[in-house]
Design a protein around this ligand. Structure first.
Ligand SMILES: Nc1ncnc2c1ncn2[C@@H]1O[C@H](COP(=O)(O)OP(=O)(O)OP(=O)(O)O)[C@@H](O)[C@H]1O
Ligand SMILES: O=C(O)C1=C[C@@H](O)[C@@H](O)[C@H](O)C1
Ligand SMILES: [Mg+2]
Length: 173
């Protein structure tokens, strides 16, 4: 089985993805980490040196490579990955997609300290600006994220609960 976690920065894709992979005995990969490994530089460095379009092209190519290479996989995607280059179609066609739908105030609380390392959230003056940026970004992405087969929102979205949801989905799909 391939399991794809999608959602906004701070939604918990990496954290929950690792826990789910352990729970299910599946390999875990993080798309951002794979990009960093391939490019030998951080996401922030790629954005500032090459621009977003370059990052999106690398991201779209790599996600398809990882799908081909791994029939068994939990993949934490990048926050924007499903929204460019028809990648949501590729994910839907090759595994179980889960949208971690975390409300903006919870995202703000989680990201407040970590925003500087995230290029699209860096350089925002205050919490209000972060909140506004996240609200606008979700509005632009909802049409992609909402195509996921499963949706999971806190506080119900624990590793055990999500694993049970995936098992049920597979048994009935
Ligand atoms: N269920 C949760 N409850 C509270 N905090 C959480 C939860 N899941 C993750 N976090 C915290 O929120 C922050 C973001 O989590 P994580 O890095 O897993 O998100 P992400 O979706 O992978 O983000 P990105 O798209 O930036 O990679 C981390 O500090 C993490 O510890
Ligand atoms: O939401 C986004 O567009 C991004 C999220 C991160 O996972 C990284 O992929 C990058 O910072 C872009
Ligand atoms: Mg992550």
């Amino acid at each position: 089985m391939r399991l794809f976690l999608i959602g906004m920065p701070g939604a918990g894709k990496t954290t929950l993805g690792r826990a789910l992979a352990l729970r299910g005995g599946l390999p875990f990969l993080d798309l951002d980490e794979e990009i960093v490994r391939q490019e030998q530089r951080s996401v922030a460095e790629i954005f500032s040196a090459e621009g977003e379009a370059y990052f999106r092209a690398v991201e779209a190519r790599l996600v398809r490579q990882l799908i081909e290479q791994h029939p068994q996989l939990v993949l934490a995607t990048g926050g924007g990955a499903p929204c460019f280059h028809d990648t949501m179609d590729a994910l839907l066609a090759s595994g179980v997609t889960v949208w971690l739908d975390v409300p903006v105030p919870e995202l703000v609380a989680r990201l407040h300290r970590a925003a500087a390392a995230r290029p699209l959230l860096a350089a925002l003056p205050d919490e209000q600006a972060l909140k506004q940026r996240l609200t606008e970004t979700i509005a632009a992405r909802r049409g992609f994220y909402s195509r996921a087969a499963l949706r999971c929102a806190p506080p119900a979205c624990t590793p055990d609960a999500l694993w049970a949801l995936v098992q049920h989905y597979q048994a009935t799909a």
